[in-house]
Design a protein around this ligand. Structure first.
Ligand code: GLA
Ligand code: ZN
Length: 676
């Protein structure tokens, strides 16, 4: 790999016809009626709202009975917003089919016990059911014909928060068998690939193949079947969306297509889903009744940006208290503004708050909007207004800015599935593995791209491969080439344990990447919560847990050694020169201090700069545009913070001390400096 200072990977934050950084909301005209629209639109204009999302749960109003469509109320709302200068995203309403539809057609998904889900919530549809597919195409086509040329409709959102089609119905069983027949060609191939001789599971007829129906504890289904079932249901969801996209592309020229993913949901292949979008979007709720998402927020931003490697949207951004039966905490003054700025600092360009106004009825009464149930603008409204004003003022600088990263973390659906099917030991979840690397890099203000295995690695100085468990020969070759041409990779325990059929490889670990790593895993020890320790080359020590690989040095040099356990004195972390590059192998999972020593060494060797001494809870991200660098600092906590920042910079937003920069509680600073 040839690397120059400007050789960083580029993720474009927006196109040349740079749209402004905007604020929007989700709005449900069907909940409020026409009269309220006349109050809400002026209020939204006052707040600086530039875009609304509508329609994604309105099927019963859009098609009140089979084949009888009524788009008049939605069109009225679209036009009213449009004429007020507020553009519209329309959702296809397939996440909640209406009662009349279910009364006529049984499209309910079946759970592992084959019990139907029934009516009364949402997502009560099997995406493999032929009637659901046909109805989805029909309602999409009817909406697309009606709104495809409406100048105020800027984009479409397919369905809502698609996940793997969690269904075990007869249609799914049939479609799964067809998918398998297509993939394997013959039962002999399938039996061989899955190793069905285990527990006498050899199949002599496609009809014999089960779905992973309910299995008692200790009697789990074959891991190869489980992996293919997840891949199959993910494909089903992708195809379901594709059918809507094909219609929208054809009937809605000029209108963009996206979808609101759930950030770190790993039930399906989001990269495959993303192939059909124009841009990516996700739903960001940092604090819910179920807990705080902490580091999963910035990671969710980077994962979403990685879907299309360019600017993304927040389709639902937390607007206040979240809650259904139970409520999460009230947001503190400045907090929703800080979260929105944090999104922009990761490359988001349009942020729609969820929702404009808290709903009076239904399951989500306590998922609060910008306005409370009484519809009176108060603190949250003022905060959004301030945010929209700042976005407007800073758009000339930040619109079209790019995230540039020297570091990539690679992940894909197969790895997520692999750890869900067999977690192996507590603490081994893939996001947890990723966060061990991501968290210190985030703290040091190092930009990171979360990319798919298909990404071009050549612009990155460092490629981290956490938990690459199920690996194809092609991907192993790609990694080998990247390193031999000068790249640096980091590997973890459980690298290349399985082939793509989820069958253990019969070569010494780390399997296909053993030559690159320059070590052999002689044996391993699942540790879970048990704590041990290692000593680094510089004599520093750190604690470890979860897992320990005993490493034999083939060509690699040791960087850390176990201090205790049956592996005491044996290498725990190694580094291998391979071609023009380097491969690090980390045979265990460490504490904060561990990654400080380990990752700082790697960043230094790769020439990647990082910030030290940033106060805890401070987000620092950098965007680049036209020879300028924009550093966005966000205080994610309620205590004021002082920072001293090196270099020459001009403050575009924030408060400046004499030699220091003050970040008030939930404060923001945007600094401009020359690139270099
Ligand atoms: C999700 C959904 C919304 C709504 C919110 C709040 O993100 O997309 O429809 O349910 O959560 O619960
Ligand atoms: Zn089904």
């Amino acid at each position: 790999m040839t690397e120059t200072k400007t050789g960083q990977a580029k993720q474009t934050v927006s196109k040349s016809s740079a749209p402004r950084i905007r604020v929007g909301v989700t709005y449900y005209p069907e909940h409020w009626g026409k009269a309220r629209l006349g109050i809400d639109i002026p209020l939204m204009r006052e707040a600086g709202i530039q875009i609304v999302r509508m329609g994604e749960f309105a099927w019963s109003r859009l098609e009140p009975s089979e084949g009888r469509y009524d788009f008049s109320w939605l069109e009225e709302a679209v036009n009213a917003f449009g004429q007020a200068g507020i553009s519209v995203v329309l959702g296809t309403p397939t996440a909640a089919p209406p009662a009349w539809f279910h009364q006529k057609y049984d499209v309910y998904p079946r759970d592992e016990w084959k019990r139907p889900l029934g009516f009364g919530t949402r997502l009560q549809r099997c995406l493999n059911h032929p009637v659901m597919r046909e109805s989805s195409r029909r309602i999409t086509e009817a909406m697309a014909r009606h709104f495809g040329h409406n100048p105020f409709v800027e984009a479409w959102q397919t369905d809502n928060e698609l996940t793997q089609n969690y269904c075990y119905c007869d249609y799914c069983a049939k479609a799964f068998r067809e998918w398998l027949a297509d993939k394997y060609g013959s039962l002999d191939n399938l039996n061989r690939a899955w190793g069905t001789v285990f527990w006498s599971q050899e199949y002599s007829d496609w009809e014999q193949i089960p779905l992973p129906w309910f299995a008692k504890c200790g009697m789990a289904h074959n891991p190869s079947l489980q992996l293919d079932y997840r891949r199959f249901q993910s494909d089903a969801t992708v195809t379901f969306q594709q059918e809507q996209v094909n219609i929208l592309r054809c009937l809605c020229p000029g209108q963009k297509i996206t979808h609101n993913i759930m950030g770190l949901n790993d039930s399906m292949d989001y990269f495959a889903l993303a192939a059909d979008w124009d841009f990516a979007a996700w739903d960001n709720y940092p604090i819910t009744p179920w807990g705080e998402n902490g580091m999963r927020v910035p990671l969710g931003h980077d994962v979403t940006r990685g879907m299309k490697n360019r600017a993304f949207w927040i389709m639902e951004e937390q607007a206040g208290i979240t809650g259904w039966e139970m409520m999460g905490p009230q947001t503190e003054p400045g907090q929703i503004r800080a979260w929105a700025w944090q999104a922009v600092s990761h490359g988001a360009e349009t942020i729609l708050f969820f929702r404009w106004r808290s709903c009076l009825y239904g399951t989500e009464q306590y998922w609060h909007g910008i306005l409370n149930h009484d519809g009176v603008p108060r603190r949250h409204f003022q905060e959004v207004k301030q945010l929209a004003k700042e976005f407007g003022e800073l758009s000339p600088f930040l619109s079209g800015a790019e995230v540039r990263s020297d570091v990539a973390i690679v992940h894909d659906a197969d790895q997520h599935y692999g750890y869900h099917i067999q977690p192996q030991v507590r603490g081994m979840g893939l996001w947890d593995q990723i966060l061990r690397f991501y968290t210190p890099l985030w703290r040091w203000g190092v930009n990171v791209d979360l990319v798919s295995p298909a990404a071009d690695f050549s612009p990155y100085r460092l490629v981290i491969l956490p938990g690459w468990y199920i690996l194809s020969d092609e991907f192993a070759d790609k990694v080998r080439q990247y390193v031999s041409r000068g790249g640096t990779v980091v590997m973890n325990p459980r690298t290349v344990v399985k082939n793509i059929d989820n069958v253990c490889v019969q070569i010494p670990l780390p399997g296909l990447l053993r030559d690159v790593a320059g070590i052999t895993v002689a044996e391993y020890s699942p540790m879970a919560e048990k704590v041990g320790s290692v000593q680094f080359r510089d004599q520093n020590t750190a604690s470890i847990s979860v897992w320990a690989d005993q490493l034999l040095l083939d060509t690699a040099e040791p960087f850390a050694w176990y201090r205790d356990s049956i592996y005491a004195g044996k290498p725990a972390v190694t580094c291998n020169d391979f071609g023009k590059g380097k491969a690090w192998y980390c045979g265990t999972f460490g504490d904060e201090g561990f990654y400080h020593i380990f990752l700082k060494q790697i960043l230094n060797e790769c020439g990647i700069s990082s910030w030290d001494g940033l106060p805890k809870g401070t987000s620092v991200r950098t965007l680049y545009r036209e020879g300028k660098r924009y550093t966005i600092l966000v205080n994610l906590e309620g205590q004021e913070k002082q920072l001293s920042l090196p270099g020459d910079w001009k403050m575009l937003l924030g408060e400046q001390g004499l030699n220091t920069l003050t970040l008030k509680a939930y404060g923001i600073a945007v600094l401009e400096s020359d690139r270099s």
